[in-house]
Design a protein around this ligand. Structure first.
Ligand code: GSH
Length: 235
């Protein structure tokens, strides 16, 4: 039996967890942790995630933090039918973990920095913007080369590795306005995953009081502000 509360916000890391829960058909409560109001730094939340970031989860008295760790916990414990994961000990399972770690250690951190330099920075650094956007696009190229070879990242089955990378690729097209025409296999994969009912549902969690579009517009206003500043890079 599960007794799950997901602490989350409408972001690529948050929706990795809600999509996974929806795909597994698990009952759960979603608590909104509004990162635009710094709720993630409050003492009560730091007891669930000492790192002060969303998402985090309680399953009964068990805390789980880091989105990749939440996904692994959920499939280890609840995906007994292997709906969105491979069995440990199989070559496909190792691939699944590799692509999940690719997102956790590569795509997520690099695209987050692209977001920081593009939307949130107090100064304008064209070097920072370019460096992290180029690195993010390079990583999209790595996904593209894998998806030319197999329908999903870890083989013939849609898994948590796909969910993890999907929310970031979707975020890149919506926010950084990446054009996926240079990555046709990635675009096809994104379009297909986007249509899954569990994905559609997971992308609406949690209730924030603002639409995703409104949240994105807040960020894009940040970009206008940054582009209005003088570039501060040293020559
Ligand atoms: N490696 C962490 C990253 C979590 C993370 O950066 N979450 C962002 C939202 S996507 C956040 O909470 N930002 C607020 C902050 O940095 O204080 C994970 O995958 O869970």
């Amino acid at each position: 039996m599960s007794d799950i509360t997901l602490y989350t916000f409408l972001t690529p890391n948050g929706t990795k967890a809600s999509i996974t829960l929806e795909e597994l058909g698990l009952p759960y409560k979603a608590e909104t942790v509004d990162i635009t109001k710094n709720t993630q730094k409050k003492d009560w939340f730091l007891k669930i995630n000492p790192n002060g970031r969303i998402p985090a989860m309680l399953d009964g008295s068990q805390r789980v933090f880091e989105s990749g760790s939440i996904m692994l916990y959920l499939v280890d414990k609840y995906d007994t039918e292997r709906k969105i994961s491979y069995a440990p000990g199989t070559p496909e399972h190792t691939e699944q973990i590799s692509w999940l770690m690719f997102q956790m250690g590569g795509l997520g951190p690099m695209q987050s920095q692209a977001n920081v330099f593009s939307f949130f920075a107090p100064v304008r650094s064209d070097y920072g913007i370019e460096r992290y956007i180029d690195e993010t696009k390079r990583l999209y190229g790595v996904l593209e080369s894998q998806l030319k070879e197999s329908p999903y990242l870890a083989g013939n089955k849609y898994t948590i590795a796909d969910i993890a990378n999907f929310t970031w690729v979707r975020g890149g097209t919506l926010l950084l306005e990446f054009d996926l025409s240079e990555f046709p296999a990635l675009k096809k994969w994104r379009d297909e995953i986007q249509q899954r009912p569990a994905v559609q549902k997971g992308l609406t969690i949690p209730e924030t009081g603002r639409s995703e579009e409104q949240l994105h517009n807040m960020l894009k206003a940040g970009r206008e502000r940054i582009l209005g500043l003088k570039n501060e890079d040293k020559n």
